[in-house]
Design a protein around this ligand. Sequence first.
Ligand code: FUB
Ligand code: ZN
Length: 646
Amino acid sequence: MRFFIIVICLPLLLLINACHSAGTKKDYPIHPVAFTDVSIDDNFWSPRLETNRKVTIPYCFQRCEETGRIDNFAIAGGLMEGEYEGARFNDSDVYKVIEGAAYSLSVHPDPALETYLDDLIAKIAAAQEEDGYLSTPRTIIKTGLADRFNGMYGNDERWSRCDHGHELYCVGHLYEAAVAHYLATGKRTLLEVALRNADLICSEFGPGKIRNVPGHEEIEIGLVKLYRITGAERYLNTARFFIDERGHYNGREPHGYKNDDKHCQDHKPVIEQTEPVGHVVRALYLYSGVADIAAITGDSSYLKPLNTIWNNIVGKKLYLTGNMGVQDYHEGFGEDYMLPNLKAYNETCAGIGNAMWNHRMFLLSGDSKYLDILERDLYNGILSGVSLEGNTFFYPNPLASEGEYRRSPWFHCACCPTNIARFMPSIPGYVYAHRGDAVYVNLFIAGTGLINLPGNPVNLKQETEYPWEGMVRITVDPQKSDEFGINIRIPGWSQNRVVPSDLYTYMDRNEDQVTLTVNGGKVEIELENGFAGIRRVWEKGDLIEMHLPMSIRNVSAHAGVKEDQGKVALERGPIVYCAEGIDNNGKALQLTLPEQQDLSVQYLPELLNGVAVISDQQNEFMAIPYFAWAHRGDSEMAVWLNADRN
Ligand code: FUB
Ligand code: ZN
């Protein structure tokens, strides 16, 4: 018990202390309930999270070892002899897996994993140069860097290619990992490395110093996390500098660059940006960082670009699965309405970046439209990125396949597997939030959440078979009977809205209504920002029951999306479906869905670890959830099916 108090409570006390000593800090108006206060006990999610903990995280560490990613730290630190191995941003993969492992440790003590991390962190600490600089390629290779990395890492001088060098990107992931590790274990080992590095960067970059920005955003998010934990303004100021300096490249000599400026969202000042451009993951990490700065500084000038860009994406650039990016565009955004299915890029990291950004937009605004995107992305765009077994991964997630596209065990650029490793354990942190004396129930995942309303901690227990069934039961257990609000998200899809734009439309109108009761008594649903708010004096054991209509829905795409004209996609609840050849006489791309459909839903516990399929016995048609495709050998796949609509 004493061990528990020291290990678990000490970092939290230190965090609270840091916040207090730094004064009352402004932040998001809505507070997420930390994943450590949410316990998942859910037939859909628990197996996926366990697989991530037991398979994906150790597997990613193993691959980091086998591919020299970990040796790079040991070599840079003089602990072993050898050459630098791999791509210039490989350090980031190790940091991301550490972040995931730390999240896992926070809720699942594992002494062996903790010892493994101690050893690994000792190597990282050894690789750090005297003044705090940390980037193993430069430390190991020293000269000839430009030749080694085709000029992309710069010459032998630090920060000489901020656009593509990734020195600043990698340490952003270091900061996130360090904060996670500190909060999980109370150990400052990695945090000290991160702080020394951040101090160096704060002393080198800024007005009157190097005026340049990272071509791949991420450090902004990491610096904000360091600021929150230490209260030190320099981290916040440098994060803000990296955002505000974007688009002001004139005069950045000798560290400036003028090429690829759209690719790196460096074409205009952020507050003048009106549409998403360039590399998708970079952009989504930027928008997440901008949301953080908007929340903490209270500067509303950041909201206009965030809202305008969001509207453009959701109205014109979002795939049905909640992800984005088009092949042949350098991992980037395509033109408006350019949403090819075979050539969709939809990088798994982009799916994760989109969830991170939309969560922040919800925390800023309280509007559930952001959670609608987050949920769509979570169940479809992100989850398809990792196999049910947890050890093979998609990098792009197309919406159609000619049959030879498979998940891979690893990639030379392994950003996606390691992003999955850290994202999955963070999912419980998206379920609840609170503001003042009101709780938000954002996602429907069985388990419990402890919501610290002022003076009255409230436990909520969710029971549900979502996403397969629409019944959600929430038992309320406040410390004391008192009045407070519970805001329950009513998903856009249950309100006949596929996405918060006209990009996709349900072709049929579902008249089934959402119903809501408290202790069996009907509650009239009045939506505010997409939430049904119930304010009353809550007693221990009060029961909320919500029923969401789970009918099969036909979706069509906006006329601007040429490739989807004459086609239909199937959805049920938050799940997007696809047809695979293996279930449809070898065909998917040429399948036609008849207008007179006789489709039914069946839960098949033995198929793909248990999924609800949509089938039509007569036409020998079957569709499975998109996230579960490509598990049964090579086979065509299509989300958008030809529609027989004569
Ligand atoms: O550049 C580092 C990572 O590699 C990016 O985040 C991914 O999109 C991939 O390009
Ligand atoms: Zn990736």
